[in-house]
Design a protein around this ligand. Structure first.
Ligand SMILES: C[S@@+](CC[C@H](N)C(=O)[O-])C[C@H]1O[C@@H](n2cnc3c(N)ncnc32)[C@H](O)[C@@H]1O
Length: 270
């Protein structure tokens, strides 16, 4: 294990399952966002995202899910992602240990080859769970979106006495539409499953406050830590691939070199 970065923004190079217990105190984290490998065969810098069989993947996940729950404060929140085919296992496992408040679908318009013989996947599922549904952070005012009905035309609600204009803002529902990160976008980094900053912005604003501690055990390009830093939260990001740790150090402005090599963003030729 290697601990890099600063006190407020730690970047830990290592296997999350092996380092979480020594690097993070139990009940110390306000918000966890976990976006693990999905067991669908992506290539993470040579690390193959494919387990021998479904049972092995699921039992690997149960191990780190259990550790994450232990790291959360009693009023903490846990957002977790995986592929559509494995989310039912997570859901059944977590509902006996936490309170699942939302089952979110992150919907996007898919690029690339579309399925022709079945209905192609256009969303990724996210579970939003808390330890205590009577005591958790949810900053609804910080994540309001335009309420399309009534917002533009100022429709009047005649059921109210006296009649009132419909509210023009609302808390988002559980279908979230954000474009996927594509390589022409400014935020793009060299990673096959980078999550958009907009997705993390909503999660972090809703479920943490300034100064809170956020943990991401599978950081990839360190989107969670990057957005957390922008929003004045403290962050811990764990990642086992050195190439992605380099991205994190640069993206968060924590260092301009690693092991004597300058950290510069690779720009892919079009
Ligand atoms: C789905 S990606 C995360 C992407 C990230 N949310 C982002 O926005 O870039 C999963 C990441 O977990 C890393 N990983 C896989 N197994 C790991 C482990 N045991 N410990 C730490 N990181 C791991 C992979 O290298 C990969 O970068």
């Amino acid at each position: 294990m290697e601990i890099l970065g600063s006190n407020s923004h730690k970047i830990i190079k290592g296997d999350a399952l092996l380092v979480l217990d020594s690097a993070v105190d139990d009940e110390s984290v306000d918000l966890i966002f976990a976006d693990p490998p999905y067991n669908i065969g992506k290539n993470f810098n040579g690390l193959k995202d494919k387990w021998k069989n479904d049972d092995e993947y699921v039992s690997w996940c149960y191990t780190w899910l259990e550790i994450c729950i232990r790291k959360l404060k009693p009023n903490g929140s846990f957002y977790v992602m995986t592929s559509t085919q494995f989310m039912p296992f997570f859901d059944i496992f977590l509902r006996s240990k936490m309170k699942i408040l939302s089952r979110i679908a992150w919907h996007y318009d898919s690029s690339g080859v579309q399925a022709k013989n079945y209905f192609g996947s256009m969303y990724e599922p996210i579970l939003f769970c808390v330890k205590d549904d009577k005591n958790y952070t949810f900053n609804s005012k910080d994540i309001l979106v335009e309420a399309k009905t009534g917002a533009k035309r100022k429709l009047i609600d005649y059921r109210k006495n006296p009649p009132q204009i419909y509210k023009s803002e609302k808390v988002p529902g559980n279908v979230w539409e954000f474009p996927r990160v594509r390589y022409r976008m400014d935020e793009y980094e060299e990673h096959p499953t980078q999550k958009p900053t907009a997705l993390l912005d909503r999660i972090i604003k809703a479920s943490s406050n300034e100064g809170d501690l956020i943990l991401d055990p599978f950081s990839g390009t360190f989107t969670t830590s990057f957005v957390g830093k922008t929003l004045n939260r403290r962050t811990i990001g764990i990642e086992m691939q050195e190439g992605y740790v380099r991205i994190g150090l640069r993206r968060l402005g924590l260092s301009d070199e690693y092991k004597g090599e300058k950290l510069v963003k690779k720009v892919r030729a079009l």
